[in-house]
Design a binder for this molecule. Sequence first.
Ligand code: NIG
Ligand code: FE
Length: 406
Amino acid sequence: MLLLHNIGLLATCRADGGQGEINGIRDAAMVWDEGRILWTGPESELPANHATAERRDARGRLVIPGLVDCHTHLAFAGWRADEFARRIAGESYLHIARSGGGILSTVRATRDAAEDALMSRAAGFLEQMTALGVTTVECKSGYGLDRETELRLLGVYRALARRGPARIVATYLGAHVVPPEYRDRRRAYVELVLSLIPEIAAAGLARCCDVFVEEAAFSTDEAHEVLSTAMAAGLLAKLHADQLSDGGGAALAAAIGAISADHLEHASAAGIAAMAAAGTVAVSLPLATLYLAQRPMPARAFIEADVPVAVATDFNPGSAPSWHLPLALTLACTLQRMTPAEALKGATLYAARALGLDQRIGSLEPGKAADFAVIDAPDVNHWLYHFRPNACVRTVIGGRTVWRAA
Ligand code: NIG
Ligand code: FE
C-alpha cells in the first residue's frame, strides 16, 4: 500500500459538476494498492488504517489523473516537413493531398517500413509522451490502406500494449482515404475495409473503428456502412467529422451512436444539438487547427449545449506533428476559449469517455486505476498558463512510477 501526501491540489476530475468542475481537494492525500486507488481526501482526514502505508511526498504540488490522449495516429514512417513549408507558402492541405502528397505520401513510406522500425519509432514517441504525464494513448491505423499494412500497424499497437507501461487503445482507420490503386474503384476499397472489420474485431486487434468523413475522403453514406458494420462486430464508432467543411459528420455520429466525433471545426448548430441529445463526446484537436490555420472548433457552443469536449493531440506527420498534449491543452484555452479546468477534464475523464473507458481511468477516485501525474505547479490555471517543455515531475501508471524528473 502506498500513500502520496502533501498534495497541494488533487484535481480528482470526478464526473459531477460538468466540464469546468475538476472537484479539487486542497492539502490532499491519496492511497493506492495493487494498481488501484483506495482513498482520496484531505490529508487531515486520512483514515487510521492507511496511516502506515509507505509514504511519498508530493511537496505541495498539483496532482492530476494520468492524461489520456484519445486521438493519435501514432505509428507511421517518414515525416512531411516539406509540406509544412508548402502550406506556409500558401498551398492548401487539400491541394497538397490531391497532388499525391498528404496522407498518401505517409502511406507510401509506411508500406515500405518493417514492423520493427515502426514499432521502435512509436515506442520512442510513447516514452516522451509518458514523461509529460500521458498514461493512455489511442492509436489509429490508416497509413497502410491495404490488408497487410493495416494489420501490421494494428500489430505494432498490440505489441506496444503488451509491453507497457502506457495503456494503448487501438483504432482501425482503414477508411482514412481511398488508396491510389483503388482510385477508380472506390466501392471495391470500401468492401475491402468492410471485409477486414470482422477479422480485426475477432482477433481483438482494435477497440474502435474510425472513418474520415470529408469530401476528399469518405461520404456520410460510406461512413454509415463502415461504422454500422464495426458496431455490429462489437467495435466502438468514431468519426473524423466536419474538419475542413461541414459534411454532416457530427449529425451522423449522433445518429449512429458513435462514442465520439473528432475535429469539428465546422460543426453546425444542428450537429451540436444532435450530439448533445445522443451523448456523443466532441474531441477537439487544437494542434491540427493551429497547423492548418483553421478557425477553432466552437468549444463554447458544445459546452453550453452540455456536450463533453475532450482535447487530444491528433499526433500525425501532416496536420499535427506533435505529441505534446499539455501544449494542446494550452491551445484549447487560447484558441477554443476553454478554461484550464475545462481543458484538464477534457484530457482526462472526457477523453477516457471518448474511448469508453471512463469507468476505469480518467479520474482519481476509489476503485479506479492509480494512473496519475505530479505537476510542478500550484494549480491548474498556473500549469497551463506558464507553458514549459515539461512541467511533469512524476508519472505513475497502475500504481508504478514509470517516469521521474531528474
Ligand atoms: O486527423 N484528417 C485526417 N487525418 C489526419 C491527418 C493525417 C495526415 O495529414 O496525415 C487528421 O488530421
Ligand atoms: Fe486524426
